[in-house]
Ligand binder design. Structure first.
Ligand SMILES: Nc1ncnc2c1ncn2[C@@H]1O[C@H](COP(=O)(O)OP(=O)(O)OP(=O)(O)O)[C@@H](O)[C@H]1O
Ligand SMILES: [Mg+2]
Length: 414
């Protein structure tokens, strides 16, 4: 992502800008073009009249960063043009110019949408600084338009480990410093994200969804809790509820959140108060959590065919939770066959670490463990960073714990 041009060096910042010059007076136009040329600012179009209809369309198609509009030839026409440009391209900056330094004219041009007023005499420094501000504004509005990713964790069966994995993945992703991360607990009835993170929420997603018409960024931000890791949390309610979320409420909620956070991780559990389809429409990636059992694998396959049959299907990654390489009834090959696709992630069965995390309120991802190492790899991938080379321990113990077959062989020998 490009950086915001810094005003500490406006000349360097401004050099990337493209400009349209709309100045009917030819000598004034020539003098402005000279100043801009001296600053090496590319003028994409010089207009000898205030452009209308087809000419205005052509001008806007050039996608200039800055429009310099002189007011003097016809003030009303010039102000109408400024309004027109601003309504078509909110990120562009219009600079009004006039030989008159009349305050009333300045106010009228600002009301029409001009961001800058270049007073007489126009000097190079004034233009450089105004253009640098224009570029900073454009950059900011482009950043606002980039939306975060919705990463949805769903279970093939109740108790598959969705909450454990979604929460720890979200913390691992926060640690990657790839942008702000939020976890949303969509298990309205029995959500446990806040519990796992060791706090009792003051507000919950229910307060947000029950007030759909009031939902906006400011309101929603007051509903969030921040975990010590930096992860923001939109928790589920403490009390059991029979509330059914409306599709429009869920859509509105996530549209606001994805403009505020680079990653919105969702604990979608197995049932999500009737919002499953809406969430699938919004999700960029679905992490499907399943255990290595016939019923769970069967459900996972059903869910995948359901998703594949929809108009919009998100990227799916399959997670085998509580995976034990020593398990002989259903090994990874059989799981792959049952799912009709390869498995993306295998999370070891590590009851002691999980139990310690639950009892202490210190999430797994904040400590080193076999589970947190996989979480870290998943987070690196989701953050769009290159995968780290596998660190191979030279100790026999490390070697054995990395390779299930060796572990098995070892067990048989002893
Ligand atoms: N890899 C693992 N190793 C050992 N225990 C695990 C593992 N993953 C999850 N667990 C344990 O399994 C239980 C269920 O996990 P969790 O609550 O995360 O599942 P869930 O899919 O969110 O369940 P629910 O359907 O009730 O929402 C918890 O006690 C959790 O600590
Ligand atoms: Mg859960």
């Amino acid at each position: 992502m490009a950086t915001i041009p810094t005003l500490s060096n406006p000349a360097a910042a401004a050099s990337a800008a493209s400009i349209a010059l709309i100045v009917p007076d030819s000598s004034r136009r020539a003098s402005l073009a000279r100043i801009l040329g001296g600053l090496h600012l590319p003028v994409l179009r010089e207009c000898p009249t205030y452009p209308e209809s087809r000419y205005l369309e052509e001008l806007m198609a050039l996608d200039c960063d800055v429009f310099i509009v002189d007011l003097d030839t016809n003030v009303d026409q010039a102000l109408g043009l400024i309004e027109n440009i601003c309504s078509r391209d909110a990120a562009a900056t219009v600079m009004a110019t006039s030989r008159s330094n009349d305050a009333g004219l300045l106010i009228r041009s600002m009301r029409a949408g001009a961001r800058e007023f270049l007073p007489e005499p126009i000097v190079a420094n004034t233009i450089t600084e105004a253009v640098a501000r224009a570029l900073a504004r454009r950059e900011k509005s482009q950043q606002k338009n980039t939306v975060g990713k919705i990463l949805m964790f769903a279970g093939a069966k109740g108790g598959s480990g969705v909450t454990t994995l979604a929460t720890n993945f979200a913390i691992a992703l926060t640690k990657e410093d790839a942008g702000k991360v939020l976890i949303v607990d969509m298990d309205l009835q029995m959500g446990e994200v806040a519990l796992g993170l060791g706090f009792t929420p003051q507000f919950s997603i229910l307060d947000a969804l029950k007030n759909e018409e009031r939902l906006d960024t400011d309101f929603l931000m007051t509903m969030l809790t921040r975990h010590i890791s930096g992860l923001a949390v939109l928790a589920s309610p403490e009390q059991y509820t029979s509330f059914h979320a409306s599709a429009s409420g869920v859509q509105k909620l996530f549209n606001i959140l994805r403009h505020e956070f680079a990653f919105v991780v969702v604990d979608a559990g197995t049932t999500t108060c009737g919002a499953e389809e809406t969430l699938l429409d919004l999700a960029d990636t679905v992490y499907l959590v399943t255990e290595v059992s016939i019923p769970a694998l069967r459900n996972a396959r059903r869910l995948m065919s359901f998703m594949a049959g929809r108009d919009r299907n998100p990227h799916v990654e399959v997670i085998l939770n509580r995976f034990n390489a020593r398990q002989i009834e259903i090994d990874e090959n059989s799981a792959t066959k049952a799912l009709a696709r390869p498995v993306d992630w295998k999370i070891p069965n590590d009851f002691p670490s999980v139990r310690t995390a639950e009892n202490t309120g210190v999430p797994l991802a904040l400590k080193d463990s076999p589970i947190s190492r996989v979480m870290h790899k998943m987070a690196v991938k989701a953050a769009g960073k290159p995968a780290l080379a596998e660190k191979r321990s030279l100790t026999l113990r490390g070697l054995f714990s990395m390779n299930g077959q060796l572990e098995c062989a070892d067990a048989k020998r002893s």
